[in-house]
Design a protein around this ligand. Structure first.
Ligand SMILES: C[S@@+](CC[C@H](N)C(=O)[O-])C[C@H]1O[C@@H](n2cnc3c(N)ncnc32)[C@H](O)[C@@H]1O
Ligand code: SF4
Length: 380
């Protein structure tokens, strides 16, 4: 895998309806003026291009919301603009998130022709009653059709499933995993249902899994996916070797990226250190700002050494390979032991949660089961 240290994220903040568990910056609206939004995203890309001149783009990611609701010609125009503004890697990875509705499936060929090389489908479940509970608009049959169609069109394909729904047992989750393995093409993301504050699920007091059942479900996934040749390379992401999402690896290893579109985050490193950029979150306010000023940046904040360390450790330890010494040095300017208290590292290693060696620091199988607690211990 080539190391790509620069990428671009484009956020599309609209969906056909809002799922009751989701707190992403996504909004269900009746009508979106695609041409106007395309022009604004193109303007913001041009703005960031002038600040990151000459850097080679390894990955481009259209996320949301539901970016597969964009017109294929808008996706094509944005990919063409990236190629015009920046040099791009020969094997540029272009991912598009999509929902498995029939409306979008019919447009897959258009997205591929536009330059999308990797599709990430929000399947969520293969069971109609689970899909209904999750407030999804598609059925299990539509999800399967979308996977089959996409598999015949895109060179790379991933899909998302959500587990630990109320009442989940190892048996119910095993059935989902078996179907996932039947359709997996090289990459799947398995997310434990989290109850996000302020969502309809939180208001209805839907309960997430307790710790012991979520650990059991997590272990089951690890065993099943590893046996099928798709081990976890990140706590929620599984891939056949070589099929890892390069764009997400860029985030998790502290690489730089431009973030365009409402609420998008970016990380740009220059002489002043790493600047965290954040675009205006409200779609209307972002659109107005871009039309007036050429960009919708709400904030550009220089990250202090501690903030940078915290994010590098939090993201890096989610990776199976953990924190690599050279990558950590390149992203933070520090050795791992200068950034993290040596005594705490040693204690967690002695207790069997971490391995600390010449390569770097990574969680053991035991550590991955209690990852949040281990990270909290390291970062206090
Ligand atoms: C931006 S969405 C994906 C694209 C598309 N809008 C969709 O829903 O199919 C990213 C993924 O995050 C996951 N997700 C979102 N909210 C979640 C939550 N509260 N708990 C677990 N997974 C969640 C879902 O699996 C979803 O596919
Ligand atoms: S899960 Fe996907 S489709 Fe549902 S509201 Fe969130 S971004 Fe939109």
């Amino acid at each position: 895998m080539t190391e790509a240290r620069f990428g671009i994220y484009i956020h599309w903040p609209f969906c056909e309806s809002k799922c009751p568990y989701c707190d992403f910056n996504s909004h269900a609206v009746g009508f979106v003026d695609d041409a106007r939004w395309r022009a604004a995203l193109l303007a913001e890309l041009a703005h960031f291009a002038s600040e990151t001149n000459g850097r080679e783009v390894g990955s481009l990611f259209f996320g949301g919301g539901t970016p597969s609701l964009m017109e294929p010609q808008s996706i094509a125009a944005l990919i063409a603009a990236v190629r015009q503004h920046w040099p791009v890697a020969d094997d540029l990875e272009v991912t598009l998130e999509a929902n498995p509705s029939s409306y979008e499936t019919a447009r897959f060929r258009g997205f591929f022709a536009a330059g999308v090389s990797r599709l990430s489908l929000g399947v969520q479940s293969f069971d109609n009653s689970r899909l209904q509970f999750l407030g999804r608009r598609h059925t299990s049959a539509q999800a399967v059709r979308a996977l089959e169609e996409a598999g015949g069109i895109f060179p790379r394909l991933s899909f998302d499933l959500i587990y630990a729904l109320p009442g989940e047992t190892p048996d119910t989750w095993r059935r989902e995993l078996d179907l996932a393995l039947a359709y997996a093409k090289g990459h799947v993301s398995l997310y434990q249902l989290t109850i996000e504050p302020g969502t309809p699920f939180a208001k209805a007091r839907v309960l997430g899994a307790d710790e012991s059942s979520s650990v059991a479900l997590f272990e089951l996934s690890q065993r099943a996916l590893t046996a099928a040749g798709m081990p976890a390379y990140e706590i929620s992401n599984h891939a056949r070797p070589g099929e890892e999402c390069r764009h997400n690896l860029l985030y998790w290893t502290g690489g730089d990226y431009v973030g365009c579109g409402p609420g998008a985050h970016g990380r740009l490193t220059g002489p002043r250190g790493t600047i965290a950029t954040r675009q205006i979150a409200s779609p209307d306010a972002w659109l107005a700002a871009v039309e007036a000023n050429g960009h919708g940046t709400a904030k550009g904040t220089a990250l202090g050494p501690e903030e940078r360390r915290d994010e590098l450790v939090m993201m890096g330890l989610r990776l199976t390979d953990g924190l690599d010494r050279a990558t950590f040095r390149a992203s933070s300017g520090l050795e791992i032991e200068e950034a993290i208290d040596r005594m705490r590292l040693e204690r967690l290693a002695e207790e069997g949660f971490l391995v600390v060696d010449a390569r770097g620091v990574r969680a053991t199988a035991r550590g991955r089961r209690r990852l949040d607690a281990a990270i909290r211990t390291l970062l206090v």
